[in-house]
Design a protein around this ligand. Structure first.
Ligand code: NAP
Length: 296
């Protein structure tokens, strides 16, 4: 079997176009422009790249982008004061604090100081609890993007066996909650899981979110399974720097029914879902109907 490629880049472009359409409608019919504030503390080069492209795409879909770049030695009190200001700013519907933060800042405290209704990353403890109890929440962007691609490919996921490899708060755990919400039978695997190859071989859906280069070989994949590769690993190969996933794409594509590539799979969906979440937050805060197909 040669797997169908799930084209995250094309799917993300479709999501962004949907967001742009709805933003135009919001402006025209309600005079509201959704606004996303991104806070970057310090000069981490990867974070700077992410923040730049988030800002660019926010403007491209017609939203307002507010960037706050703070020095690496910014005090916790100053950062919390900025978040408080953004929480109270009616022009700001979504707030994202780019992680990781410098070591002297308490990440949990900072994230939990964001108004949950504006927490477009879905990391606030209230949103985690709402998602866990199946209530309306802000859903973390990367797992939301994975879910959208899975629903698009399969229609219903009900009754499918899903294995999520990785139990981080930002990907693995919320991914498992979302799959459970769609009535999959979910296994969460991690570094202490016994017989991981056997666990993965039972799955109709495999989501790999580990951060280990090509760790999942093709012979772990059940014939016809759908493979979502969240991993982003930068490696040197043939004298060039390349991005590869947590799945060995070449061998997995020979057994899977469908697979996301790296790059061009989950990655582009993450920013598209950030924009979708900002639109959702804006609609909710204004008592307007939520955009269809852009939330969990
Ligand atoms: P993380 O916080 O480091 O979590 C990694 C998880 O993998 C942990 O739960 C760990 O288990 C598990 N793990 C490590 N080694 C393992 C092994 N040998 N077998 C089974 N499980 C193992 O990473 P993350 O933040 O979730 O990110 C995972 C990957 O996704 C990274 O490559 C990251 O760059 C990428 N990512 C991509 C996007 C995107 O937009 N595409 C967004 C976020 C993250 P323990 O808990 O037992 O240690």
């Amino acid at each position: 079997m040669v797997a169908q490629v799930i084209d995250g880049k094309a799917f993300a472009a479709k999501v962004r176009a949907q967001v742009a359409d709805q933003v135009a409608k919001l402006k025209e019919e309600n005079g509201i422009t959704p606004g996303l504030a991104v806070v970057l503390v310090g000069e981490d080069p990867a974070s700077q790249v992410y923040v730049r492209s988030k800002g660019k795409m926010t403007v491209e879909v017609g939203m307002n982008s507010y960037e706050h770049r703070l020095d690496a030695d910014t005090s916790e009190a100053d950062l919390l004061a900025l978040i408080e200001k953004l929480n109270n700013d009616p022009a700001v519907h979504g707030i994202l604090v780019q992680l990781p933060l410098p070591k002297h800042l308490n990440e949990d405290l900072v994230i939990n100081s964001i108004d949950p209704a504006k927490d477009v990353d879905g990391f606030h403890i209230s949103n985690v609890g709402l998602l866990g109890t199946g209530q309306k929440s802000m859903v973390p962007c990367t797992p939301l993007g994975c879910l959208m691609m899975l629903r698009d490919h399969h229609g219903s996921l009900s009754g499918m066996d899903a294995v999520v490899i990785g139990r981080s708060n930002i990907v693995g755990k919320p991914m498992a909650q979302l799959l459970l919400g769609d009535s999959c039978t979910v296994t969460i695997a991690h570094s202490r899981t016994k017989d991981l190859p056997d666990v993965v071989r039972r799955a109709d859906i495999v989501v790999a979110a580990v951060g280990r280069t090509e760790m999942v070989p093709g012979d772990w994949i059940k014939e016809g399974a759908t493979v979502i590769d969240v991993g982003i690993n930068r490696i040197e190969r043939d004298g060039k720097t390349k991005l590869v996933g947590d799945v060995d794409y070449a061998s997995a594509a020979e057994r899977a029914g469908a697979i996301t590539p790296v790059p061009g799979g989950v990655g582009p969906m993450t920013i598209a879902c950030l924009l979708a979440n900002t639109l959702t937050a804006c609609c909710r805060s204004n008592g307007l109907p939520e955009p269809e197909g852009l939330t969990a």
